[in-house]
Design a binder for this molecule. Structure first.
Ligand code: CA
Length: 440
């Protein structure tokens, strides 16, 4: 199979840096999308290290899954060695084309899609909290799309020492188009619209650019990355391509049912046998991407998934909800005194904000920053004095007000002493602020 590739990555319209990255190595027929996560620049590092590690491994005999697991270890080690990178990780959705087959390996909530005969089908399952709830029937896809915790992923590369990688296999046909993308596309552009763009834009690079543009026009809330791989017929594969129908297997890495983890792909001498397997269970596009092509991997994969969901889903959900609850409580329980422009105000929250929770103004004082008598207090207020209880924060504002009144009173006394009685009709310069103390 020959293919042409288009790829694009964009910071989007709301973020300041792009933590997405992609790999499009046409010589090795390897493509991947990585959506990094972690504070400061750690997400960039995780995505970059993962992509470099996978690309460098695939020069040898490593399989895609083995390369991803090695990349997992590389990112994990880096994050444990450097405190600034602690906890970093990345999604990873990769595709390797070997002859007429595409092997997809996947972790996280980036996605692979297959567009065939004008219809779009998702290849990968998201490892995200909301998708797991959808699979369990506890959320509808519409609720998931709006869910506040939709960004929480349940599996990522680089977060733990061991990594379970989902794998899928697609028997390619000429005219197939494969899309790898980060969630910055799929949260902004619904699948039917992605399908329309892929149908209306035959050039791979233009299709990639059009998808990024659509995500930005829809708001561009996140970084957007897309890789579009167009499979073209080079003649030699035509006969086999016509025979082969799509065959997608969800083979859990490490389970003995996986046909290609060990050897990556069927040996070149056995293409007929591979095609035979595919013919035994021909599937249409619509139904092809869920059930596996042969009974054995299908049953095993289904059992594996049921076990995984049963074992992990409930504890994962409970842990996530508890963590979200604790974080919300932490972010919202405290108060501090800070500035809103020039005004001294009482904030609820943590100075500088905490994760997604920004502080909100709870009450305004009569003071501006110029009214703060002590330089020390002023510096503290500028940084956000707290976090503390509401009572403590209010007492601090009272202290500031008392100190300001005291400073004004002393200033008045000095003025009275300094100025001869003949000039008292002149307006007295206001030194401590626009408001007279009597006004309060
Ligand atoms: Ca993202």
């Amino acid at each position: 199979m020959r293919f042409t590739v288009g790829a694009a990555t964009d910071v989007g319209r709301q973020r300041s840096n792009n933590e997405d990255a992609y790999l499009a190595d046409e010589d090795r027929s390897v493509f991947a999308v990585a959506d990094g996560m972690g504070g400061h620049r750690a997400g960039d590092v995780a995505a970059a290290v993962a992509l470099e590690s996978v690309e460098s491994r695939l020069t040898g005999d490593d399989t895609l899954v083995a390369a991803i697991q090695a990349a997992n270890l590389a990112v994990y080690r880096k994050s444990t060695e450097d405190p600034a990178l602690r906890g970093m990780g990345t999604t990873f959705t990769a595709l390797r084309i070997v002859e007429a087959a595409a092997y997809v390996a996947h972790v996280g909530d980036s996605r692979a899609y297959l567009w065939r005969d004008g219809a779009l089908a998702r290849v990968t399952d998201d490892h995200s909290l909301v998708e797991e709830l959808v699979r369990e029937g506890r959320l509808t896809p519409e609720q998931a799309a709006e869910h506040p915790q939709r960004a929480i992923i349940t599996r990522a590369l680089g977060v733990e020492e061991e990594l379970d990688v989902d794998t899928y296999e697609i028997a390619l046909r000429a005219g197939d188009r494969i899309l790898l993308c980060s969630d910055g596309l799929t949260t902004m552009v619904p699948d039917p619209e992605i399908e329309t763009i892929l149908r209306s834009e035959p050039d791979a690079q233009r299709a990639a650019d059009a998808l990024v543009t659509a995500a930005n026009e829809a708001g561009g809330e996140d970084n957007i990355t897309v890789v579009v791989i167009d499979v073209t017929d080079d003649g030699a594969d035509r006969a086999r391509a016509e025979e082969a129908s799509v065959a997608v297997a969800d083979l859990d890495a490490g389970e003995p049912t996986g046909e290609w983890e060990e050897g990556e792909h069927p040996p070149a001498s056995e293409p007929a046998e591979a095609a035979e397997t595919e013919r035994e269970a021909p599937t249409t596009l619509g139904g092809a991407l869920r059930p596996a092509p042969t009974p054995e991997p299908s049953a095993a994969a289904t059992r594996g998934r049921a076990r995984r969901v049963a074992v992990y889903a409930v504890p994962v959900l409970v842990v996530v909800l508890v963590v979200v609850g604790v974080l919300t409580w932490y972010a919202r329980r405290s108060y501090f005194v800070g500035l809103d422009g020039e005004d001294v105000v009482l904030y609820q929250g943590v100075p500088g904000g905490f994760l997604i929770w920004d502080p909100t103004v709870e009450a305004r004082s009569e003071l501006t920053v110029d009214d703060i008598a002590s330089e020390n207090d002023e510096a503290e207020v500028r940084d956000g004095k707290g976090p503390s209880s509401r009572g403590e924060a209010e007492r601090f504002i009272d202290q500031l007000e008392t100190a300001q009144r005291e400073a004004e009173r002393r200033e008045d006394e000095r003025e009275t002493r300094r100025q001869p009685t003949t000039t008292t009709t002149e307006p007295r310069p206001t030194l401590a602020g626009p408001r007279a103390p009597a006004a309060r």
